[in-house]
Design a protein around this ligand. Structure first.
Ligand SMILES: *Cc1c(COP(=O)(O)O)cnc(C)c1O
Length: 846
């Protein structure tokens, strides 16, 4: 009999008819090559998150889940009626107020099961394929000694090749839902996070497969997180051990649990990109142990808490460590890194499921206090190098660390197997350190085997194909080249694109009022366009208020929102005098100057406790950020306002920028909603902005339908509440392009450089956030790309880079480059650094 191959497809790979067409084609090809195929799939994306909302927040989800599934059924052209038996079960579980752990497992497995029903109906039209029930194949271990909940939700199976079961399969092609398994009594259990990968790995072992292929939405494992380091390189060959270390140190592509089974049985594991099936990927195999010392990947894990324990008693005292660690055990805290000295032990705690709360830390300090002095550092990040014989690379690592001398490196640990080395630093240093190490250890070393193209290079091919909605500038090449002749360097803004975004936004029908965050782009024509089309304006400085008043004559002061932060008192006074709506985000203003606010109606900005966003500088909630009234102060502030005749008419929170998780705003609304009882006069809930756009080519856009759905549910529970939202980037990012002429080109070894006439003085986002912007040569738009280059500006600063490792056509001096999606936070963040005037701004004459 021919050999088995197990193919696993994740959530985003099974959520549209196009993806299922690709899957059918891939399966077909394997069968034609004489292989037998088992396809393991996840739930269509979004469903598992919804189901989790039921199990964690007891929010009813049947309607939302049904919508996702019926949409997919319609796309696939299959009868949704087939889902009814599964949906009946789902509804009966959803209707219950409390689910025990068994029932939770049952509910959480419904995403995979329902997707499976639709998948089979679709695939059977194209393939001779049969369904396998995971509960017949994956049976959880009877020897698991962990707590019952863990046995149910993150079950382990004792799996070995099973010739008898293999023989029971006579067909060439099967499919199975992932993530779920059965226990010995036939009840549903789950395989935990990344569970479908584990299902596929188990099945590969059981069937004695020749290969396991994990199909996902990235090309494979990269040498760093491409979203912060776009020139991260694809790793072509990895040993299982290295891959496990990478997964454990923060790499997101594979879950460590799925590697062990295939490692133990020597089954090669291939990672492939469903969006580009023909492209190369990463292969894990036993033979891939590197020959010479190398670092293969550098990853960051954020939200690490450090505990430093100091005591002279530990010196030569038997059992001291045991006593200390026992306390952690009793509090259920799992220790990650440990470093010890004669009188100090420092350990790190991973905050995986938000278990490290202030209360837990208080308890920990108290329990440890008889033994030692305790100091806690929150908001640290671990930067981990994974590789092979890393110690041999100390001469390259040390100089990088020395440039961080003024920053604190809290702990350094090295594993005894020499496969990883970790530095724990303050969260705001982690990205910088990772980037510097990546540059020296991976990018500068051109001799390294096993490294493929960079993410930026790979994504170039994908963007040209996958950008389904053509950008506005593609149709206006000649006019833009004309404009650049007299005006470059210049930003060009396209108002119809803004109009398109406004119309998208208006699909969020749960929101009563939109306020455009004018700091994203305060060009007068853009402000006027917003006002003319029913979008109000949000400002953060008196200058922005003036700009709005000038650009929008006749605007009512009350339609302007003022949300400053640490601004001088007189700015609040001036705004109140004008009748502008003021939002206050610091209790001390109210406590120190109650007279200023007496008799006025204000909105309070609260800190919902955790931020989100594309970069830590733009996360604007959580203790690490300077914004908002912390939860502990809300009640005293409420009392104070009541005593001093300050009316609180609404509550506001803004979690950050570039957020693609559609549940963010309903979560904020829930938090603000939970505070409403303290503020009887409050009728407005402002959930802030931060709506992300497709910025990186690998991103999926924000799901506005889901966002609206969640906010609608919130409104249904809070009658008479008006919802406000303040998007900035979402409205204007796509409308702008930056045009600049090429000044010079240069080669340094294999590294090409294309210099243009303006740089970080016009667009600082790449230098500041590592932001990725598409860059094309507008003069040579139809030419094939020939080489890879960094696009740089003329500023005297190494950070003056606009794009790293970009595939470009042959580029000549005076060609015009276009940098896309620069309508938000471009011109408004420009400077005169080096006394170079930044690019001017032009409205595209349409
Ligand atoms: C910056 C800002 C926004 C807009 O953020 P975007 O990411 O551009 O949507 C909204 N509200 C407040 C208070 C802000 O500071």
């Amino acid at each position: 009999m021919s050999s088995w191959v197990v193919l696993k497809f994740g959530g985003t790979s099974v959520s549209s008819v196009e993806k299922w067409q690709t899957i059918a084609a891939i399966v077909q090809q394997k069968i034609q090559q004489g292989q037998r195929v088992l396809l393991v799939h996840s739930a269509a994306s979004g469903i598992t998150n919804l189901l989790t909302e039921k199990t964690t927040a007891n929010r009813s989800i049947q309607q939302a889940v049904t919508e996702v599934l019926t949409t997919l059924a319609a796309q696939l052209g299959v009868d949704p009626q087939q889902l009814e038996p599964s949906l009946d079960l789902l509804r009966s579980l959803d209707d219950r107020d409390h689910l025990d752990t068994w029932e939770q497992a049952q509910l959480l497995s419904m995403g995979e099961q329902c997707t499976h029903v639709l998948a089979m109906a679709y695939l059977q039209q194209h393939l001779d394929i049969q369904s396998l029930n995971p509960k017949d194949w994956l049976i959880s271990s009877d020897h698991d000694k962990r707590a019952t909940d863990a046995q149910i939700l993150t079950a382990k199976c004792d799996i070995k090749p099973d010739p008898a079961k293999q023989q029971s399969l006579t067909g060439a092609c099967y499919a199975m839902p992932g993530f779920m398994a059965g226990d010995s009594q036939g009840r549903t259990v789950l395989l935990g996070r990344g569970g479908s990968d584990t299902s596929a790995a188990y099945m590969a072992v059981l069937l004695g497969a020749s290969q396991l292929e994990i199909w996902t939405d990235v090309h494979g494992i990269f040498s760093a997180n491409p979203h912060s380091i776009p020139n991260a390189r694809l790793l072509l060959n990895l040993s299982y051990q290295e891959a496990r270390e990478i997964a454990a140190s923060g790499g997101k592509v594979l879950h460590p649990r799925c590697i062990l089974p295939v490692e133990q049985h020597g089954i090669p594991l291939l990672i492939k990109n469903t969006n580009e099936p023909a492209a190369i990927g990463t292969v894990l195999a036993a033979a891939h142990t590197p020959k010479k010392p190398r670092v293969s990947a550098i990853n960051n894990r954020h939200q690490i808490t450090l505990v430093s324990m100091e005591s002279i008693n530990m010196w030569h005292q038997a059992g001291f460590m045991g006593d200390v660690f026992n306390i952690y055990k009793q509090l259920g805290l799992s220790i990650d890194l440990v470093s010890t000295a004669q009188t100090n032990i420092t350990i790190s705690l991973d905050n995986i499921d938000n278990v490290i709360t202030d209360a837990v830390l208080r308890e920990l300090k108290q329990a440890l206090s008889p033994l030692c002095e305790v100091e806690v550092f929150r908001n640290c990040s671990a930067v981990t190098l994974v590789g092979y014989r890393i110690r041999a690379l100390a001469d390259k690592i040390a100089p990088v660390l020395s440039t961080f001398a003024d920053q604190r490196i809290y702990i350094t640990t090295q594993s005894s197997n020499d496969l990883n080395q970790t530095f724990v630093v303050d969260e705001d240093q982690a990205d910088k350190l990772a980037r510097a190490l990546h540059e020296v250890l991976i990018i500068e070393d051109k001799e390294l085997d096993d490294f493929g193209p960079t993410w930026a290079e790979l994504i170039h091919n994908q963007t040209s194909k996958s950008e389904r909605i053509p950008a506005w500038w593609q149709d206006h090449r000649e006019s833009l080249l004309d404009l650049s002749r007299d005006h470059a360097p210049c930003y060009v803004y396209h108002l119809p694109t803004i109009q398109h975004q406004i119309e998208q936004l208006q699909k969020i029908t749960a929101v009563d009022r939109f306020y455009y965050a004018s700091k994203a782009n305060s060009h007068p024509a853009i402000l006027a366009h917003m006002q003319a089309h029913g979008v109000n304006l949000e400002t953060v400085s008196p200058q922005e208020i003036n700009q709005v008043e000038q650009a929008c004559p006749g605007i009512a002061a009350a339609d302007i929102l003022f949300t400053p932060n640490f601004a001088p008192l007189k700015e609040y006074q001036a705004a109140l005098a004008k009748g502008v709506q003021v939002t206050i985000d610091n209790p001390s203003l109210l406590f120190d100057y109650p007279e200023v606010f007496r008799g006025h109606a204000v909105i309070l900005r609260l800190d919902p406790g955790h931020g989100s966003g594309h970069h830590r500088y733009v996360r604007t909630a959580g203790t690490h950020s300077k914004f908002g009234i912390p939860a502990s102060e809300v009640e005293p502030v409420a009392k104070w306002c009541q005593q001093h005749d300050i009316e609180v008419k609404g509550l506001h929170a803004h979690a950050g920028s570039g957020i693609l998780d559609h549940n963010n705003w309903s979560r904020i609304a829930e938090y603000l909603g939970s505070c409403l009882e303290l503020f009887p006069a409050a009728k407005i809930i402002n959930v802030g902005g931060g709506l992300g756009i497709r910025e990186n080519p690998g991103d999926f856009g924000l799901d506005l339908a889901q966002l609206n759905h969640a906010l609608t549910a919130f409104k249904q529970q809070h009658h008479g509440i008006e919802l406000w939202m303040e998007p900035g980037r979402f409205l204007v990012a796509h409308c702008g392009v930056l045009l600049a002429r090429v000044t010079q080109t240069k080669w340094k070894g294999r590294q090409g450089y294309i210099g243009i006439e303006t740089g970080m003085n016009s667009l600082i986002r790449p230098a500041l956030y590592g932001a990725w912007h598409n860059i094309v040569n507008l003069s040579q738009l139809d030419q094939a790309t020939e080489y890879t280059a960094n696009v740089v500006g003329p500023m005297c600063e190494t950070g003056d880079v606009l794009g790293v490792d970009r595939k470009m056509p042959l580029t000549q001096v005076d060609d015009v480059l276009l940098i896309a999606n620069t309508g938000a936070y471009g011109a408004v963040m420009a400077s005169r650094y080096n006394l170079r005037e930044p690019a001017q701004e032009i409205i595209f004459p349409d």
